[in-house]
Design a protein around this ligand. Structure first.
Ligand code: GAP
Length: 461
């Protein structure tokens, strides 16, 4: 099975209508990507499988869609304005910018050594750079490492076009802050009992220093986050439960057990008291990388928002006869990273009858198109029969109709976007009222009565 480089994956997804570089006619726009027809379908399917597992299948999680802009004090209270930084370093000659931790890690990796750069300060990094005489990838001296805020700052509602700090607002850097601000509204309207969770899917924005890893790290991305509110004594058991629940989801979605693992953080973000990442072993990135974070946040968030807003966010627990500020544990996963993970895992090259076949072996539930309908001829009566089949099946499944070029090329196109089934309408269909159904993975073919197709596919998905 061939392995793609990240660039090859970017070009594959562009040519098959999954992901396009943003603003390409203007020469591109760094670290922003657009999603095409098949990309949107795949993204929606990932989203809906997450939502099903996190909300639909549970009695204790509610949905929310909060605004991208929030009161600017949100980010003061959350600690992001003071400490949501990466450490920036620059090549003194070319002025190329790097994340200092990544540059140092790469330096040691090349020497076959491992170094833990988790939450190191600019001062600690300066020391490592000087001691090891680390240069830029172009062999030049580096500037001193310094903190660089990941928050994007803008103005809303200012009329004269000038920027003012007084009116600064911040597109959210993580979706969960909207959940904390609406925690009281959810309590007052839905009256849930603790423990319970609030889940949301939405865009987040970060001024990433470098984002040269296709859709793995971008400046605009989607998060799927669930914040679980609980009594402090329940943290350890619920944390463990959610860790296992999320791990199981990856396995159920077709990720092999040996390609997913937990990594515990040794140094923690300002809000966290315990943090594990779920890491996936990316072929295209050459190793295990974070796709999801599971964090115990204690009462940090609610206590900060209570302090800054002056609104009481405590909960009266009738069963315990106790008033307290709920603790929070979260699961936070990047939708775009999952997208890349599923493509990485699904991309397969095989040899069939001496020819190369590219096939995306996606879980059927994630496949953008479920069934492709391929009449052997564009002419009647095959065309009408094939259109009738399409119109019946599209009531239940996302189908596609493809009548151009040879049947071999059409099978190849369907394989390359991961379509699990192709229906061929041939000349025999006119007599026997049956069609050939081809399975993407085994390439086995079944002859199925047209009247039984809907039932046949219902059993397959
Ligand atoms: N609320 C917690 C939080 O935001 P995080 O570890 O900063 O935690 C969670 O982010 C997840 O969001 C990551 O595991 C990753 O999947 C995704 N993510 C973070 N930054 C990203 C970026 N620049 N581009 C794409 N995905 C990103």
């Amino acid at each position: 099975m061939a392995k793609l480089t990240l660039d090859q994956m970017a070009s594959f997804t562009k040519s098959r209508g999954f992901v396009y570089p943003s603003s390409e006619i203007y020469g591109g726009f760094a670290a922003v990507y657009d999603y095409g027809h098949y990309g949107i379908l795949l993204k929606k399917n990932i989203e809906s499988m997450w939502f099903k597992s996190m909300v639909q299948d549970r009695d204790d999680v509610y949905a929310l869609d909060s605004g991208i802009f929030m009161h600017p004090l949100t980010w003061k209270a959350s600690g992001h304005l003071d400490s949501f930084n990466d450490v920036l370093i620059e090549d003194k000659v070319t002025h190329k910018r790097f994340r200092a931790d990544h540059l140092i890690e790469e330096y040691f990796e090349k020497k076959g050594e491992k170094v833990d750069m988790d939450k190191k300060s600019p001062e600690e990094m300066t020391k490592i750079i000087i001691e090891n005489k680390i240069l830029s990838p172009d062999g030049n001296e580096l500037t001193a490492p310094r903190n660089f805020s990941l928050m994007i700052k803008t103005n809303l509602g200012v009329t004269d076009g000038s920027f003012s700090d007084e009116n600064a607002v911040y597109p959210r850097a993580e979706t969960c802050q909207g959940i904390y601000l609406d925690y009281k509204a959810v309590m007052d309207s839905l009256r849930p009992k603790l423990p319970f969770g609030i889940a949301q899917i939405g865009k987040a924005f970060r001024n990433e220093i470098v984002a040269r890893q296709f859709i793995f790290r971008t400046r605009e991305f989607e998060q799927m986050e669930m914040q679980y509110f609980l009594h402090p004594s329940e943290m350890d058991s619920k944390y463990e439960e959610w860790k296992q629940y999320r791990h199981k989801w990856f396995i159920e979605m077709g990720i092999p057990e040996d390609k997913i693992r937990f990594k515990e953080h040794t140094k923690l973000a300002h809000y966290a008291s315990k943090a594990f990442d779920l890491e996936y072993n990316f072929d295209i990135l050459g190793g295990f990388k974070e796709v999801e974070g599971i964090h115990a946040r204690g009462d940090w968030d609610l206590s900060q928002h209570q302090k800054f807003s002056g609104v009481d966010l405590t909960y009266f627990d009738q069963e315990r006869n106790e008033k307290y500020l709920p603790n929070i544990m979260e699961t936070s996963v990047g939708l775009n990273r999952l997208f890349l993970m599923f493509l990485d895992n699904a991309y397969t090259e095989e040899e069939v009858n001496g020819e190369k076949r590219i096939v995306l072996k996606l879980d059927k539930r994630l496949a953008p198109v479920k069934i492709s309908i391929l009449p052997l001829s564009k002419k009647e009566p095959l065309s009408t029969i094939a259109h009738e089949i399409k119109n019946t099946l599209r009531k239940t499944f996302f189908v596609e109709y493809d009548e151009t070029q040879s049947i071999g090329k059409r099978y190849r196109r369907a394989d390359e976007i991961g379509t699990p089934y192709c229906i061929t309408v041939d000349f025999e269909t006119v007599n026997d009222k049956k069609v050939t159904v081809r399975d993407r993975d085994s390439m086995k073919q079944d002859r199925v009565e047209i009247d039984k197709l809907e039932e046949y596919f219902k059993g397959k998905f």
